[in-house]
Ligand binder design. Structure first.
Ligand SMILES: [Zn+2]
Ligand SMILES: [Zn+2]
Length: 302
């Protein structure tokens, strides 16, 4: 099953969709709250974590992302991009303008109290031309992560996310389900997920993948590989016990894994913050021979 976005007025024509119409298939993001909430959670997790310095650094960026949304909001009419063919914000559907670079410039100027290493990264990025930054952004959006230095990628992605999450929040389209596979890319922007989450209070335990770029969440059935759709021999690892709110879901068919977070077990979970805070679980899962199929916007491995 995959999820597609169509203009609201076309919804009635999709009668075949009625079976799962009861399930919310897609949640568009709320940029006005998501980054502030993330910053707060990162700071809380930093108080008792082996990666506390890094979590605090990420919190600083998330705070600035929240400020950018507040101080420089965008408003775009996206109706022409709902064309029934591609995810509305995918690059093939809507080429990247240079507007996002304004966010990057503001972000780079706002990070002051930081380490020597990060100061160097910021200085280096400031020397890039508009075209160089555009090239780097396109590499990242095309999942060519090895082409961009990991620390630079964090800042570029943070600015892109502020841009794309606001666009995503303004789409006036409805999600429908199609009976094809390939459910693991974001139906809004075509990016890779961070992890999946069982949302707080979703009484039948529905799970959603969370987009690493535009912050949308889309429905994917449980106990199924989110990368290759395999449903056999899915294994789960956790650090403390079986009831842990944070697990890795591992597939024996494609040897990939992705974390799954359960907000019913821990209502405070924020998917990107908790993914970083549980890096030890990634290390253990990779030792078992699995490779992560998602990305975290604050961790770009080379
Ligand atoms: Zn997305
Ligand atoms: Zn798989």
């Amino acid at each position: 099953m995959s999820i597609k976005i169509i203009p609201q007025k076309q919804l009635e024509q999709h009668a075949s969709n009625s079976v799962i119409r009861q399930i919310p298939l897609l949640f568009y993001p709320s940029p006005k709250t998501i980054y502030a909430h993330r910053a707060k959670r990162l700071k809380t997790l930093a108080t008792n974590n082996p990666f506390s310095d890094y979590l605090n650094f990420c919190a600083t960026i998330a705070e600035q992302q929240a400020n950018l949304v507040k101080q420089n909001p965008i408003n775009v009419d996206l109706s022409e991009y709902l064309n029934n063919e591609n995810p509305p914000l995918s690059l093939s559907n809507r080429p990247l303008s240079t507007n996002w670079q304004e966010y990057l410039n503001e972000l780079l100027s706002s990070i002051t109290a930081t380490t020597e290493q990060i100061t160097l990264v910021i200085e280096q990025l400031k020397k890039n031309s508009v075209q160089q930054l555009q090239d780097k952004a396109l590499h990242l959006l095309n999942n060519e992560f090895a082409h961009v230095e990991g620390n630079e990628a964090i800042f570029i992605w943070a600015a892109l996310s502020v841009y794309y999450s606001q666009l995503a929040s303004q789409i006036k389209g409805k999600a429908i389900a199609e009976s094809t596979d390939k459910s693991w890319l974001c139906p809004v922007c075509n990016s890779i997920p961070v992890a999946s989450i069982i949302q707080l209070g979703s009484n039948n335990g529905l799970r959603y993948l969370h987009c690493s770029l535009c912050e949308s969440q889309w429905y994917v059935p449980r106990i199924k590989c989110t990368c290759c759709d395999n449903m056999k021999d899915i294994q789960y690892f956790s650090l403390d016990n079986e009831l842990s709110a944070t697990k890795t879901e591992c597939c024996d068919a494609c040897h990939s894994y992705l974390k799954i977070f359960d907000q019913d077990k821990d209502p405070h979970i924020e998917i990107i913050a908790d993914d970083i805070a549980s890096l030890i679980l990634d290390i253990k899962t990779e030792e078992e021979g699995f490779t992560k199929s998602g990305i975290n916007p604050f961790i770009f491995a080379q």
